[in-house]
Design a binder for this molecule. Structure first.
Ligand code: ZN
Length: 288
């Protein structure tokens, strides 16, 4: 009990000091430059850094260090484990980890650990979703319904594409833009009992699932093709997956979730074909 209380007090102190740090950080920016230039202020207060992005080969302005990104990812992953039903079938776990870890081992971002999960049922009790997504910090998810319809090459492509979103930090950049520094801090280091913390996590997950820009999707496909070649898998499988999903989508009444999370399907097929120097056919221009 005493240890528990001490832990609780230390935990509370840590949280308070984290909040204080973030508050001081923001206050400094506001004091020095006013609200209109708070981002520039954060730069001077040392809270923002310009970092070289290994996935896109560009300089990025980041509020968020890798350490904070991993903390945020862990919190979202914990929430998913609580609200979703994840597969505990040893065959599923072995298959996704075998392929996922091969790709993670050749990826351009190795300072984060990658974790792979098969979703059997989500928080809306949906079991027939055909979707995959990754969250900041290296957590990759695929729905069982999609997982079971892909061969190993196709599964490798889907996982490589999701790992690529983590490598290029697409998720965390999107969250920086949508949530701002303070809310993102609350979601990454907030108190578990704080409703704002839980809301922050749900909002973050919804933002990730809402899909990325065309440029981010193309970048994730370029990296996925590169990683597929490195593990001696077939990069053309990316086209097979997208075409397979496109055909499945025609059968469904509502648009398939994969396309909501990953828009620009027809353009992505064209882009992958051009990248792999494969001939384009007339369907590549009419699928959309
Ligand atoms: Zn994507």
């Amino acid at each position: 009990m005493i240890t528990d209380r001490r832990l609780e007090i230390t935990d509370r102190r840590l949280r308070i000091s984290n909040y204080l740090l973030s508050a001081i950080c923001h206050l400094l920016s506001v004091l020095v430059f006013g609200l209109w230039s708070s981002v520039f202020g954060l730069f001077l207060a040392g809270c923002v850094s310009s970092e070289y992005n290994v996935g896109t080969h560009r300089q990025d302005t980041m509020f968020f260090s890798t350490e904070k990104e991993v903390g945020l990812g862990q919190n979202i992953a914990r929430q998913i484990a609580k609200d979703f039903k994840l597969s505990n079938n040893p065959h599923d776990i072995a298959r996704i980890n075998k392929i996922g870890k091969m790709i993670a081992a050749v990826s351009d971002r190795k300072e984060v650990s990658y974790y792979f999960y098969v979703i059997v049922e989500d928080d809306q009790r949906k079991t027939d979703e055909k979707n995959a997504f990754s969250i900041p910090g290296g957590y990759v998810y695929i729905y069982k319904s999609l997982f079971d319809m892909l061969d190993d090459n196709e599964l490798a492509y889907v996982l490589a594409h999701e790992i690529a979103h983590v490598v290029s930090r697409h998720g965390v950049k999107r969250l920086q833009a949508a949530m701002g520094y303070n809310l993102l801090m609350v979601a990454s280091i907030g108190a578990r009992a704080d409703p704002e913390f839980v809301n922050g996590l749900s909002f973050a997950l919804a933002q990730i699932i809402a899909g990325y820009s065309r440029e981010d999707e193309f970048n994730a496909d370029e990296l996925a093709a590169k990683y597929m070649k490195m593990i001696h898998y077939e990069p053309k499988s990316g086209i097979d997956v997208l075409e397979k999903l496109y055909e499945e989508n025609k059968k469904e009444i509502r648009p398939m979730s994969y396309f909501r999370t990953h828009p620009y399907t027809a353009e992505r097929i064209r882009h992958i074909k051009e990248m792999l120097h494969l001939p384009l056919d007339v369907n590549d221009y009419i699928n959309s």
